[in-house]
Write a protein that binds this ligand. Structure first.
Ligand SMILES: [Zn+2]
Length: 457
């Protein structure tokens, strides 16, 4: 039944890399990858007849798992597409992505979902999971889609091209159906009514008021509401891209009473704030909005205490010409998958987050929170995905050199370190010297079987 080892990937012996975190405690280590899977990790291993990658002077970490990207392909491939999006992922040290389709064609049927998986398989350089959309139209197909998707995505608040759910009975039915299909609900939490009220209250808003138009209250209300629906239906809930300290507090309180609730946030909620609007204009316009420096502090504290599991980019590219329209007409979203490891490492360099917690948020805990086996750890039996970087090499972000299509970055000019020098995906050297070396080759992520509420029998 099982594939021969060679079918999973390539064999590679990575010699003499240094363990993470860098510094006095780091020690040299070898990683032996056989047929795409890690076979051994330790000092002084035997390379046998495997091809050897000399890694002396570099630090090794597992390949990153980005829990939230939009590559807009099929449908809006001119904004990104899988070839460039997955090249950008490798540039950021990411070997696995979970992709959220928020433009048509949506994944609301098994046929559409399977078609999308094959479309992506033919194009992606990294391993991938594609989320199915949780909409009234998908209800008859949820159970059939469940084995093929890590989770069902529900937009409580509207964003790029997709309106939010407003009717409480409908939201309850969606969560209930997801629980019966045995897959977690991943939610974009902003209350649609409060978003509309925010728009009415700020008719002449600019980017500097985006955090007032799409307010703290809109997120907090929707987080609380989603948690209530999850607790009432038995659905497992993951709140995507938390942007407020208060939203994190609601998640923390729910976890404390035993609710099956987890959460992620994004680098821009941690390293940027609404105070950057005069400098960045609509480049800062993302949904949920980027809030205050106090919110960034609260979110970092929530990562540190374990309330928030993961940092995912919510990579959401648009051409710069569209972002330069007047505020009301500029689309929301920023690219950043190209920089996930340097941005995460920056939290460590600034002393904001412990090295192990920062790493776990983009590797082991990111994989665990979305139930993705075999990813995010440098351990025997796991996939041979790893990143080599020089922790001392620092450079300014140059948006023109980033692989993904949009060629602009809110982080342009920021001094960062940790840029991946070599990225290995299942034993294949997929990225080196600033460029992707492979074409397609990404595979659907391994998924755990669905666990229907109350048992399937
Ligand atoms: Zn998103």
């Amino acid at each position: 039944m099982t594939n021969p080892p060679a079918a999973r990937g390539a064999s590679l012996f990575v010699r003499d890399a240094r363990t993470y975190p860098p510094g006095a405690g780091a020690r040299p280590v070898d990683v032996r990858i056989e047929g795409g899977r890690i076979d051994a990790v330790g000092a002084g291993l035997d390379a046998g007849d495997l091809p050897v990658l000399e890694a002396a002077g570099r630090t090794v970490i597992p390949g990153l798992v980005d829990v939230h990207v939009h590559f807009r392909d099929p449908g809006l491939a001119h904004k990104e597409g899988w070839e460039s999006g997955s090249a950008g992922a490798l540039h950021g040290g990411v070997t696995s992505v979970v992709e959220v389709q928020n433009n048509p064609p949506l994944s609301t049927s098994l046929e559409a979902l399977l078609h999308r998986i094959e479309h992506v398989r033919a194009r992606s350089r990294v391993d991938f999971g594609v989320l199915a959309n949780l909409l009234p139209a998908s209800l008859p197909e949820l159970a059939r889609m469940a084995p093929h998707t890590p989770a069902f995505k529900c937009f409580l608040g509207g964003s790029t091209g997709l309106g939010g759910q407003t009717d409480e009975d409908t939201i309850r039915r969606l969560f209930d159906a997801a629980a019966r299909a045995g897959r977690m609900v991943v939610a974009h939490c902003e209350d649609e009514e409060l978003l509309r009220a925010g728009k009415r209250a700020h008719p002449n808003a600019t980017a500097a008021e985006h955090h007032l138009v799409r307010s703290t209250e809109a997120e907090v209300e929707s987080v609380a509401n989603s948690i209530a629906h999850a607790e009432a239906t038995g659905a497992e809930l993951h709140v995507f891209h938390l942007s407020t300290a208060e939203g994190a507090a609601r998640v923390r309180a729910a976890q404390a009473r035993g609710a099956r609730v987890s959460a992620s946030t994004a680098p821009h909620y941690l390293l940027l704030s609404c105070e950057d609007a005069p400098r960045l204009g609509n480049r800062l316009k993302v949904n949920p909005s980027i809030k205050t420096p106090a919110d960034a502090t609260g979110l970092i504290a929530a990562l540190a205490d374990g309330t928030i599991d993961a940092i995912g980019t919510d990579h959401a590219p648009h051409p710069l010409a569209e972002k330069e329209r007047p505020y009301a007409h500029a689309p929301s979203g920023m690219p950043s998958v190209d920089l996930l490891w340097p941005l995460t490492y920056e939290l460590v360099r600034r002393g904001l987050l412990a090295p192990d917690i920062a790493l776990a948020a983009v590797t082991s805990r990111a994989a665990a929170t979305l139930h993705l086996p075999g990813k995010g750890a440098l351990a025997p039996g796991g996939d041979g995905d790893l990143v080599l970087f020089d922790p001392a090499a620092e450079r300014a972000v140059d948006e023109a050199t980033l692989p993904s299509t949009s060629k602009w970055s809110a982080y342009h000019g920021m001094m960062l370190a940790g840029f991946p020098e070599v990225v290995v995906r299942r034993g294949v050297i997929a990225f080196e010297g600033g460029a992707a070396l492979t074409g397609a080759g990404g595979r659907p992520l391994e998924l755990v079987p669905p666990a229907p509420r109350g048992g399937a029998s």
